[in-house]
Design a protein around this ligand. Structure first.
Ligand SMILES: Cc1ncc(COP(=O)(O)O)c(C=O)c1O
Length: 395
């Protein structure tokens, strides 16, 4: 990725970030200190949520959410196949059964109307855990999703790995948890802000918050008022669950705070670049973009085009290779999850049930999008793409 002139994603690190990390390095606590708690407070306030808990990755934040939701072998986890495996692996590790729902190609997101069919029958055993993914930063219509929920035991966990800063139609931020129990973010370097590796959950529910804290710290309770055993003393703690150690350290949190202080600039630059791509590529035959619903505010994480490679008589792999030779990195987000060996195990080929996802997957191509990219470079990448895809077409 680093040899390419334009990788598809890249972090933006400046002097202030460097200074912040050094300050954390010299501070008395290298982990579990003030940088992490301040970062959590800042993200919670920005999103409009009561609580936030930082983790060492977005994947861990999701696993923590499934732990807090008490995912079990009786449960079903309903989600989009157009995502990264971490969206549901924490639930499946606890035995929950994956149920994939086809997508809406206008947003790349779960088709909420199709989801509603699966919610019509009440579960006789466990609960439904719905995991909407705000793909590329485009918010799922959470109000509509909520209106389809009949069973009050249903848990909603938003995978907002792509969507820090996006706003729903009602103007509230993704992460407010107005329509969900927990929202999970990722701060991987490809994302809008980074902590190298890192993630965070937000929630408004105090008991879920407590469980997220347990999950992060080996299931340990240190508050004597909550002890179950009688032993007391300054050294005493109790283990209530077996989990692991999943803290974001202070160096990461300091980087996160420094990056987060520039989030509005990061988002507006990404919006400007997406606008330019769309101007450059609109009206091109066999090439379409997502059309987010009126009223949502998208903090773009990815710029994905849908290209009818078959009509252009050019293989996608060939297009990617020719762009790579020009120094331009591209990617495909995502291989539908049901195509992976883990989900194929014991199941027959289920691709026919996902016509929209399959069509999308055949056509998807992610172009470079990151803060340090310039509008001029977007022009260069757009022309290169057009030259490459047009060179396949018979004259
Ligand atoms: C949709 C989605 N969910 C979850 C994750 C996991 O985040 P992390 O890489 O921080 O573990 C990612 C990261 O790539 C993602 O894109």
């Amino acid at each position: 990725m680093s040899q390419l002139k334009y990788p598809y994603a890249k972090q933006s690190i400046n002097d202030l970030d460097e200074k912040a990390v050094l300050e954390a390095l010299k501070s008395p606590a290298l982990t579990r200190g003030d940088f992490a708690s301040s970062f959590e407070r800042e993200v919670a306030d920005f999103c409009g949520a009561r609580f936030a808990v930082s983790f060492n990755s977005g994947s861990t934040a999701l696993s923590a959410a499934f732990f807090a939701a008490e995912a079990s072998p009786y449960d079903r986890v309903l989600t989009t196949p157009n995502t990264f495996v971490a969206t549901l692996s924490g639930a499946c590790q606890k035995g929950a059964a994956p149920v994939f729902i086809d997508i809406d190609r206008k947003s790349g997101n779960i088709d909420v109307e199709k989801l509603s069919y699966n919610l019509q029958t009440l579960s006789t055993r466990g609960k439904n855990i719905i995991v909407p993914v705000h793909f590329a930063g485009i918010p799922v219509d959470m109000q509509l999703l909520e209106s389809h929920i009949k069973d009050l035991n249903t848990v909603v966990i938003e995978d907002a790995a792509h969507a820090i800063g996006s706003k729903y139609k009602d103007g509230t931020r993704v992460g407010s948890c107005d329509y969900s129990h927990i929202t999970c973010f990722s701060f991987h370097p490809a994302k809008t802000i980074t902590t190298a590796e890192g993630g965070m959950c937000t929630t408004n529910d105090e008991s879920l918050y407590q469980k997220l804290l347990y999950y992060r710290n080996n299931g340990i309770e240190r508050e004597p008022a909550l002890f179950k055993e009688e032993e007391r003393g300054p050294w005493v703690y109790e283990v209530n669950y077996l989990t692991g150690n999943y803290f974001m350290n202070e160096l990461q949190a300091a980087l996160g705070r420094s990056q987060f202080s520039r989030i509005e600039g990061f988002i507006s630059k990404r919006k400007e670049l997406v606008k330019r791509y769309r101007e450059n590529l609109s009206g091109v035959e066999h090439l379409t973009f997502f059309e987010p619903e009126e009223g949502v505010d998208v903090a773009w994480h990815l710029f994905v085009c849908q290209i009818d490679f078959a009509a252009l008589q050019k293989e996608r792999a060939q297009v990617m290779e020719e762009l790579r030779e020009l120094g331009i990195g591209t990617q495909v987000h995502y291989i539908p999850l049901y195509r992976h060996p883990f989900f194929r195990k014991g199941a027959r080929d289920i691709r026919e049930y996902f016509p929209e996802t399959e069509m999308y997957y055949r056509q998807a191509l992610t172009l470079p999008l990151y803060y340090d990219l310039t509008v001029g470079e977007v022009d260069e990448i757009s022309s290169a793409l057009l030259n490459v895809i047009r060179s396949g077409k018979p004259t």
